[in-house]
Design a protein around this ligand. Structure first.
Ligand code: AMP
Ligand code: MG
Length: 481
């Protein structure tokens, strides 16, 4: 039998004793693959046909050779409150697959059983939320946003109990640059274990910023890199109208990838206060708050790293404070880069930021995705599509000439390359997941094919392009528990 191409290393187990518990995923009574990401498998040097012959690797059961299954410990601020003891409560890290190009990818199962970190939870996941993670993470990757990827979703053959009733259990196999979270550092900072904290920092630097190894200021430089990656990431989210929904510090990866797709969703009509998650009652993680939470979470990372930073206490804190105060400006610069691209502006002019701000003020209520998509037509003189998005076109009409003055011949083409026409629309996601839960994967596969080709013309894909019908109402999402 041909081998799958899996090439496991287990550096976490080797380098970070004390930060995990080694235990196997639950064995699934009837493992079956629902979806397998052939393209991702091939990009990682894996043979999809061999993977397809081993649903038990994905649903939980026999592990592929070389895997060492562990649940990682971490801490985190959840909705602002600190928990010193969190961790993978329903996930098992199988190890790192080292691809033929030498890149190292964590392979993790989620929904694969209880661990010592499960607290009250059952360690399981339902098929809907796992397909949701697969769909949205693959959409994000296709949109050019750093993200964990989904290799497969498998059903376990178990039935699990949720508020909605008894549901089929499933596991998503996810691939990540790493699973090191802000909360991973908080775990050892809370225990005042400087040796463990230092080992984790060295490990994270070796994986994500190896050029910093050996530098005396490596910890501060690492913090600076994480700040840079996260500012770029959140700016990309904002440009796409993406609302993560649970930006707890345990859901923020130092790799700069989007991680932990739970109650996330894409905004349709532009409204800064957009919240989808049923548990986010105060709007802490609302669309427009994400850049503020970014700064808040990075401040928690900086605090956790303090014991590792050489120098006199007050000077260290003053330096960190200066870096933290700089985040708002760094984020704003990244956001302006995103907005210049979305608006087709070449070069950089001082008034560009205000131009973007003023568009936002003028577009309240208009569909976020389609406004930018149709602005490309407007750049070529056709405003019909754009007009159709606004109940009152007066404000945008006053803004258009200022924008036109900044355009050039290539603007429309560049805009079409960055402004998607298809995003995972909430009503389409719900429709696809409902059908999948009832045993029909057709709508899911069709939607997946659409959201992984997010750019191009509207014609021929209207069902995926247009906003939810009015009757769909306000969209509410639930954590995958
Ligand atoms: P989240 O905010 O979805 O990333 O989850 C927060 C924490 O709850 C993580 O530590 C998860 O491992 C844990 N968790 C979520 N769902 C379950 C479940 N069904 N069983 C056990 N732990 C869970
Ligand atoms: Mg999480």
């Amino acid at each position: 039998m041909k081998d799958a191409g899996l090439n496991f290393d287990n550096s976490w187990v080797r380098d970070l004793p004390g930060t995990f518990v080694e235990l196997a995923p639950d064995a699934a009574p009837d493992p079956r693959l629902l979806v397998l990401n052939d393209a991702l498998a091939e990009a990682l040097g894996l043979d999809p046909a061999v993977l397809a012959a081993h649903p038990e690797w994905f649903a939980g059961g026999d592990l592929p050779e070389g895997a060492r299954s562990v649940a990682l410990a971490y801490a985190g601020h959840q909705f602002g409150g600190f928990s010193a003891q969190l961790g993978d409560g329903r996930a098992h890290l199988l190890g790192e697959h080292v691809a033929p190009d030498g890149r190292r990818w964590d392979l993790q199962l989620k929904g694969s059983g209880r661990t010592p970190f499960s607290r009250g939870g059952d360690g399981k996941a339902a098929v809907g939320p796992m397909l949701r993670e697969y769909l949205i993470s693959e959409a994000m990757a296709a949109l050019g946003v750093p993200s964990t990827r989904s290799l497969a979703v498998a059903t376990t053959g178990e039935t699990i109990r949720r508020e909605a009733g008894l549901l089929p259990g499933a596991v998503v196999a996810r691939v990540a640059a790493s699973h090191i979270r802000v909360g991973s550092f908080q775990f050892w900072a809370a225990r005042e274990d400087v040796a463990q904290l230092a080992a984790l920092a060295d490990y994270a630097i070796a994986r994500h910023d190896p050029d910093l190894i050996g530098r005396e200021d490596h910890v501060v430089a690492f913090l600076d890199r994480v700040i840079g990656r996260q500012c770029r990431l959140i700016a990309q989210w904002m440009g796409l109208g993406f609302v993560h929904g649970v930006m707890n510090t345990d859901n923020m990866a130092v790799s700069g990838e989007t991680i932990d797709y739970g109650p996330c969703a894409f905004m349709e009509g532009y409204a800064p206060g957009t919240v989808f998650s049923s548990i986010d009652r105060n709007g802490r993680y609302a669309y427009a708050n994400q850049p503020l939470i970014l700064g808040w979470n990075l401040a928690r990372l900086a605090e956790a790293l303090v014991p590792l930073i050489p120098g006199e206490g007050e000077a260290v804190v003053a330096d960190l404070n200066a870096r933290l105060s700089g985040i708002a400006g760094r984020y704003r610069a990244e956001w302006e880069v995103v907005m210049r691209r979305k608006l087709g502006l070449a070069g950089e002019e001082p008034a560009d930021g205000a131009l973007a701000d003023d568009l936002l003020s003028a577009m309240t209520g208009a569909d976020w995705t389609l406004t930018f998509h149709r602005l490309a037509d407007a750049a070529e003189g056709d405003e019909t599509g754009l007009r159709g998005l606004f109940e009152d076109f007066a404000a945008i009409e006053a803004w258009l000439p200022r924008w036109r003055a900044r355009l050039d011949k290539g603007s429309a083409a560049r805009m079409r390359g960055v402004n998607p026409v298809v995003i995972p629309r909430n009503h389409k996601v719900e429709e696809a997941l409902a059908a999948a839960e009832a045993g029909d994967l057709g709508p899911f596969q069709a939607l997946l094919a659409q959201v992984t080709r997010p750019f191009g013309a509207e014609r021929g894909r209207e069902a995926y392009v247009l906003p939810a019908p009015k009757g769909f109402g306000d969209y509410v999402t639930f954590c995958g528990t």
